[in-house]
Design a protein around this ligand. Structure first.
Ligand code: UD1
Length: 367
């Protein structure tokens, strides 16, 4: 009997740290064969290859090379390209992660061919359908056969949507596995030194959500406050390509680059970024993953969003949601020592990949 083939699908930056622990857990197994499918949604060295290097991932066996475009173009491009791959050689399971356009497109391609799909990081909901990721999460979870959730709220959301309990398995947070896997290298890196900064003396900033960066007026409002904050707390800002182009379009780039205390960087690889995160006084972000990583590390996180699909980072962790007018005041509160330390959610323990592998084995009918 041939060994079952498993596809690990990744397309965009936040996917790579979610497939890496699973790849390392399964690469030596004699009961399955792995292929990494890279859709090409992210393609710049800093947004993709740098992560493969840092995370010890091999070159993908399949690269769909889809690239950027509107949502429909990108999703359709992946759908068409991945279907061809699936028709050539069908895997026993397709594993998709996260909530990007590639996650949705590969799920749809596989389910139309009646193949088995498992979704890692299932059940998260912001209840905000204006977010493209929320649409991706809803469709992926409606279609996938097996839903691996990171926290109890994920289970509850799925049950509420009518998903059968048998399809849901709580496995914990896979991002924490990546951090634990690379912790020694991250801790040795001390990336802040290269910027002439001390540990704990700066804030780490990321910003890329369309709702924050695509509207010139709200982007300008955010930039004004960041410039003010940087005067008392230096800000390290690795700038996402989408944000860079919006800042340049609206002539805010030079203003930000010239602001005292502001360190604009290109997107950082995983090890440098996580080093900067472990060394910061606080994070200011609109990312999903950083809300989780700061909760795990006990670092205050201010999230520039009206809602979060990761509410456990607020109820148990160090995360606080803020509006774009509250940035300065919220930073001052943290600097005044008014942020709680929070605690680590259950199953965020670096052993999620092991639980996922055991689940896959069971679903393949292996003892
Ligand atoms: C995507 C995900 C988002 C995730 C984010 C992390 C969706 C809907 N969104 O958003 O959930 O948090 O990735 O980065 O899937 N670009 C480059 N080089 C690259 C990639 C992108 O220059 O390697 C530029 C292009 O101009 C592109 C733009 O960034 O049009 C946006 O990229 P896209 O993949 O559409 O969405 P992200 O904003 O990165």
């Amino acid at each position: 009997m041939s060994v079952p083939l498993i596809h690990l699908v990744a397309g965009a930056r936040p996917n790579f740290m979610k497939i890496a622990p699973l790849y390392h857990e399964l690469k030596g197994a004699d009961w399955c064969r792995l292929e990494i499918i890279h859709t090409g949604q992210h393609y710049d060295y800093e947004m993709s290859a740098a992560f493969f290097q840092d995370l010890g991932l091999p070159d993908p066996q399949v690269h769909l090379g889809v690239g950027s475009g509107s949502h429909a173009q990108q999703t359709a491009g992946v759908l068409v390209a991945y279907e061809k791959v699936l028709l050539e050689k069908a895997p026993a399971w397709v594993v998709v992660v996260g909530d990007v356009n590639s996650t949705l497109a590969c799920t749809l391609a596989a389910k139309k061919l009646n193949l088995m799909v498992a979704h890692l990081e299932a059940g998260l909901r912001s209840f905000d359908r204006s977010m493209p990721e929320e649409i991706n999460r809803l469709v992926t979870d409606a279609l996938a056969d097996l839903l691996w959730t990171p926290s109890p709220d994920g289970d509850r959301n799925l049950l509420h949507e009518g998903v059968e309990q048998e399809r849901i398995e709580r496995v914990g947070n896979i991002m924490i596995d990546s951090f634990e896997l690379l912790r020694p290298r991250i801790e040795a890196q001390e990336t802040w030194r290269r910027l002439g900064l001390e540990k704990g003396s700066y804030g780490l900033l990321t910003l890329h959500r369309p709702s924050n960066v695509d509207h010139p007026r709200s982007l300008a409002r955010i930039v004004e406050q960041l410039v003010a904050v940087a005067q008392c707390l230096p800000l390290v800002f690795p700038v996402h390509p989408r944000t860079r182009s919006r800042l340049q379009d609206s002539a805010l780039w030079d203003h930000l680059a010239g602001a005292p205390g502001m360190h604009l960087l290109k997107p950082q690889g995983y090890i440098d970024f996580m080093s900067l995160l472990t060394g910061c006084r606080l994070a200011l972000t609109d990312s999903g993953g950083i809300q989780e990583e700061t909760t795990y590390l006990g670092i205050p996180c201010l999230t520039l969003r009206p809602n979060t699909e990761r509410p456990i980072t607020v109820s148990q962790g160090t995360n606080r949601l803020i509006g774009s007018r509250e940035i300065q005041e919220a930073v001052e509160r943290v600097l005044a020592g008014k942020a709680g330390r929070g605690r680590r959610p259950e199953l965020w323990d670096g052993r999620t990949a092991r639980r996922v592998a055991a689940s896959l084995r069971r679903h393949l009918g292996l003892p």
